[in-house]
Design a protein around this ligand. Structure first.
Ligand code: EPZ
Length: 418
């Protein structure tokens, strides 16, 4: 098991580059299954989730070459259409591979995805959408078998703006007969990035980033080179790490447009924020103001930033309220913060956080990706030594997090704990 060992209390300051977006990389890597021509991708983060997704593509028969700053994926010789169960369970986003496999091969076999334990995370919206596209679905021995003669474009109304379901409908519809129109689509920037990448291959997708998306089926796709967007959640995490330790940071390779609600909350907390093209500068106050934050689908406050904001509010100057509307089990990190001296009460979907003067280091356990990052941030702002265990969760979604925090002046190191 791997742990981070943190000695808290340092002010974090300096300049740091955000990596490519995990949540754009995963569906964009999946989209290469649709294209038998080589696709060159830039800015793909070197994290566990992208490694597992690339591993699955290799097992399915895709040729993957990775050198310094790019990955070339060629799925010309891909023959297999069944995703190995053990790899499916390693991460939830593998479910969008299904849409791409069905889109190209008109059949796919996969199992229920795994992923962080932040909620039930059903895939009913994905499967209902596949059925609307004319795909038959049989469930047998824990496997889901999908097949169809052809995919016929349809109007699909999503009852919830599911990111993954929106991505899966787009991927399954690229080669459809006619056009597919999604009403109630998710508007996350990662969906816009997926559509931009697919359109650079010759797909015809309009309206991505809004709740109304139309995909006109095409006959073929061609080779492309594409640089994916930067990671807005990593950017927010790095800004919060500085906001709670009283320093000044410039995050480069960032896109403030995708993070406005988080920047607004940081401003409300007393941070000075300035934006200049792909740079976001933050100057932290001595002590943060308390705020109320409520997660919503994009462009609302992102659920992935909820644990990280919860952590930095533990030492704010009063009572803050954090409400989680997207996932039903995304407060597990708060028990660990209480062990570090935080004053937090959970009432249903809401945390009430009373700011304290001091937090103290403890041995704490990551229970999911963003909750783990929240514990790292709490260690940075606590007195003494904090050991964050089970950081394998964190390594799934953050590229070189400890290295980046050290570059900003944090006293943090990674250790193997037997
Ligand atoms: C994506 O997950 C992200 N993951 C998540 O980031 C992010 O938190 C989430 O979108 C919301 O923004 C990737 O992009 C790889 P959803 P996804 O489908 O697609 C319910 C991180 O930390 N739902 O929008 O799984 C679901 O249970 C991860 O980087 C159904 O009920 O999210 C949840 O309550 C965590 N039925 C809500 O919708 C379905 O068929 C949002 O899920 C699908 C979803």
């Amino acid at each position: 098991m791997l742990s981070y060992i943190i000695s808290g209390g340092n002010k974090l300051s300096g300049r740091i580059k955000a990596s490519g977006s995990k949540n754009a990389a995963l569906p964009i890597i999946a989209s290469c299954i649709l294209n038998p021509e080589p696709v060159t991708l830039y800015n793909i983060p070197d994290i566990e989730d992208t490694k597992i997704t690339l591993e699955i593509l290799k097992i399915l028969g895709c040729k993957i070459t990775r050198n310094s700053d790019k990955i070339i994926i060629c799925s010309k010789d891909m023959l297999k259409t069944a995703i190995p169960k053990d790899l499916m369970h390693k991460l939830r986003s593998t479910v969008v591979l299904a849409g791409a496999i069905i889109g190209r091969f008109k059949k796919a076999t996969f199992s229920y995805p795994g992923g962080c334990n932040i909620g039930a995370r059903p895939i009913d919206l994905h499967l209902d959408s596949f059925k609307k596209l004319g795909i038959t679905i049989d469930e047998k021995d824990e496997y889901i078998h999908c097949k169809c003669k052809e995919i016929v474009g349809k109007r699909i109304k999503l009852k919830f703006p599911s990111v993954g379901a929106t991505e899966n409908i787009i991927l399954a519809s690229v080669y459809a007969k006619g056009a597919t129109h999604i009403t109630g689509a998710a508007k996350e920037p990662e969906i816009k990035d997926l559509a931009k990448c697919l359109n650079s291959m010759g797909a015809k997708i309009y309206g991505a980033g809004t709740s109304e998306i139309t995909i006109f089926g095409v006959k073929k796709l061609h080779s492309t080179s594409y640089k994916i967007m930067s990671d807005r959640i990593e950017t927010g995490t790095l800004l919060c790490a500085v906001a709670c330790t009283g320093g000044t940071v410039t995050v480069e390779n960032a896109d403030a447009q995708n993070l406005l609600t988080v920047l607004y909350s940081l401003k409300e907390m007393g941070c000075k924020i300035s934006i200049n093209r792909d740079k976001i500068k933050l100057k932290a106050p001595e002590k943060l103001n308390p705020v109320s934050v409520e997660t919503q689908p994009y462009p609302g406050f992102p659920t992935d930033m909820q644990p990280i904001i919860g952590a930095i509010l533990t030492k704010a100057k009063g009572k803050s309220i954090v409400t989680e509307n997207i996932f039903e089990n995304r407060f597990k990190y708060s028990e660990e913060l209480v062990r570090m001296g935080a004053k937090i009460k959970q009432k249903d979907k809401t945390l009430e956080i009373i700011g304290v003067d001091k937090m103290h280091g403890e041995i704490v356990m990551s229970k999911d990706l963003r909750g783990g990052a929240a514990l790292v941030i709490a260690g940075l702002m606590s007195e003494g030594k904090t050991t964050v265990e089970n950081i394998e969760y964190i390594l799934r979604g953050y590229e070189n997090l400890d290295e980046k925090l050290r570059m900003l002046g944090a006293n943090i190191k990674k250790e193997k704990v037997v």
